[in-house]
Design a binder for this molecule. Structure first.
Ligand code: ADP
Length: 253
């Protein structure tokens, strides 16, 4: 082999090593930073709720409303920090599913009710009775919330978001349809990648880290299912996940 080629090889290896080391440092930093941010955020939430309660008791409703808004923003911040923590967990292979049977219909109602509290869009549910599903209730609720809040966020000019769920051959499918900005076809698989965000909307800027769908797809994959999107740019998107309804016997053989 020519000397020049060998030099090129060594150069490439060093670049890859440097890159991996940088990547590891970044992940380590993210892990520590997000962990450290959690504690003050938890205290901040408690103090804010305490103030809000006192203001309400005193009849100072205007300031109570301000405290309530602070509380909502603290929740947003907590979600962002939780997303960063989840990414670190996924990278370290430490995201654990706490699976059991739970009432899927009840969970949908709960998630919709919670999302509806902070949204002007009407969230319309169209679902058949599903009953008990074997999965991690908390993580599935996280995925549902993520899909619904995205549908709301990325359809600023629409009034409705449609949520549907059905069962077919022991498979549960859950979908969220919006009438928003949509996703160009060449970007539709990329949105599930870490930190990926579609750029290019001139009229709007949307806040976010590009982690929600990555985390959601990891959760769904680990549950033994799949997540995908059908979307038309300028018309809207339909995000869907499918998971098995029952415990997979192979998992516990
Ligand atoms: P975030 O919303 O924080 O950017 P996500 O991982 O949830 O992160 O989504 C990744 C990207 O996919 C978003 O930045 C956006 O470009 C696109 N996206 C997600 N949901 C929708 C949707 N319902 N309509 C249009 N684009 C979407």
């Amino acid at each position: 082999m020519k000397i020049k080629n060998i030099k090129q090889w060594i150069g490439t290896f060093t670049d890859i090593d440097d890159f991996k080391q940088l990547q590891a440092q970044k992940d380590h930093f993210l892990g520590i930073a997000s962990h450290e941010l959690k504690t003050p955020l938890t205290s901040l939430k408690l103090y804010t709720q305490f103030i809000e309660m006192n203001l309400q008791k005193q009849g100072d409703l205007r300031n109570a409303e301000v405290a309530k808004r602070m509380d909502v923003q603290i929740d947003r911040l907590t979600e962002l920090v939780n997303d960063l923590l989840d990414v670190t967990k996924i990278q370290n292979g430490k995201i654990q599913l706490n699976e059991s049977y739970f009432d899927f219909d009840q969970l949908i109602d709960e998630v919709i009710k919670e999302q509806q509290m902070t949204s002007r869009h009407k969230i319309i549910a169209n679902r058949s009775f599903i009953g008990e599903v074997y999965a991690d209730r908390h993580r599935i609720s996280q995925v549902m919330s993520n899909l619904i809040s995205n549908a709301i966020k990325y359809s600023p000019d629409a009034d409705e978001v449609l949520v549907s769920a059905k069962e077919e051959n022991d498979l549960i499918s859950f979908s969220v349809k919006d009438f928003g900005i949509g996703i160009p076809s060449d970007k539709q698989t990329k949105v599930f990648e870490q930190y990926y965000r579609v750029s290019g909307s001139k009229e709007h800027t949307f806040p976010g880290l590009g982690l929600g769908l990555y985390i959601s797809s990891e959760i769904i994959k680990r549950t033994g299912g799949r997540i995908y999107v059908h979307s038309t740019e300028g018309k809207g998107s339909d995000f869907c996940f499918e998971i098995p309804k029952n415990k997979n016997i192979d998992d516990h053989a």
